[in-house]
Design a protein around this ligand. Structure first.
Ligand SMILES: [Zn+2]
Length: 60
């Protein structure tokens, strides 16, 4: 398993099958203010937060 730095991976299973998760609830609002975006791993179902600038840099 080779993990390149800066690559967006699930922190639990380290797969790259990551999809955007719709923000919901007060926690997501708080995280949004701290520039954290919810993401969802389709491989293991894990939900986690990614730094906004990191997502932006990777999706361009
Ligand atoms: Zn996962």
């Amino acid at each position: 398993m080779d993990i390149k730095p800066g690559e967006l991976r699930c922190p639990r299973c380290f797969k790259r099958d990551i999809v955007p998760s719709l923000p919901r609830g007060i926690l997501d609002s708080l995280m949004k203010m701290r520039h954290r975006i919810p993401r969802h791993c389709r491989a293991c179902g894990n939900r986690f937060y990614v730094a906004e600038e990191k997502v932006r840099a990777l999706s361009v």
